[in-house]
Design a protein around this ligand. Sequence first.
Ligand code: GN1
Ligand code: MG
Length: 358
Amino acid sequence: MNKKETKIPSDVLAVFGYNVEATRVKQNTDGLINATFFIEGKDSKIVLQKINQSVFKDAASIQLNYEKVFNYIQQNAKGFLLPRPVFTRQGSSYFVDKKGDFWRGFYFIENSKVKHFINNAADAYAVAALFGRLLKVLNGFPAEELHETIPGFHNLHLRYQQFTAALKDGVVQRVDAATQLTAALQKRRHYAALYDKIVREKDKFPLRVLHHDAKAANVLFNKKNDEVFCAVDFDTLMPGYFFSDFGDMVRTLACSTGEEETDLSTIFINREYFEALLKGYLHETKNILTDSERSLLIYSGHLLIYMQCLRFATDYLLGDIYYKTSYTGQNLNRAMNQLTLLGSLEKLVPELNAGIWK
Ligand code: GN1
Ligand code: MG
């Protein structure tokens, strides 16, 4: 999918309480799925987003999930900061415009900034503790009450099937150009088998509420003291398994460089950050996770990086229908980047106990 500039219709601004003349609009180009804007009016600032409805087929379910969880946290974990949704004049947390586009907003958190990369282990610890706390504060929330905003989102079995189907039905030249990548992915099928085992053993691996996009760019830091403020982007908040958030943190915080890097020789897992993530996450979750979850936690990164690699590879094979791209071959490069990262993690955390993959 090619990146496109999006304009905000004036009725959308109006419904969220902004007057076109008195409002400053700036587009944020981060993010591979939704269109994001900073809106600054006379007395308030919000982040307004147009939800990608080919990815989120039932966009309202995102808002319903978020409202439930937001209210639950307000009542049960007051000090845990979350972005406050903006309600329209009609009292809804979203608006569907004449074209059918789906809009929603959050109040901007003053003095906040995003770090696409962290530069010390203390940040890794703090971000992991934040997502650990999220798991902890939602431990009593009934996971089954949440919609699966993207069905099968972190279902590695399904992601492997989609990849296999793309090898069969994908663009022929692309299938031919990616043989090195696809062979490496097929060789690592055991990660999908580990996922199957996790799903089968329901008592050992209970369904939980996870963020499902626990990456560096989805955390706000305080500009003044550099401390972690809160997590953002809860669109994929839904029922899932223990490995998702920790795995995405390994993928995006313990890596030497970002997923757009094409010089593969610069991509590796930083051991110090990996260990800090583990300490930070366990500090908050050790009394919540089951013994089985705790013992597999160090393989979360393997599962998530493998899944991300399958997803980029699948999108490349199918002709770039899901992720935004700005050049041909970008999804192939992203997949090669993730495969390299996975190779580095496999060296750092080898399969200590080969039995776990069975
Ligand atoms: C997408 O929307 P964004 O950029 O936060 C994707 C994640 C991927 C990520 C890779 C709904 O996240 O799952 O890990 O790109 N979100 C969706 O950068 O597919
Ligand atoms: Mg996201």
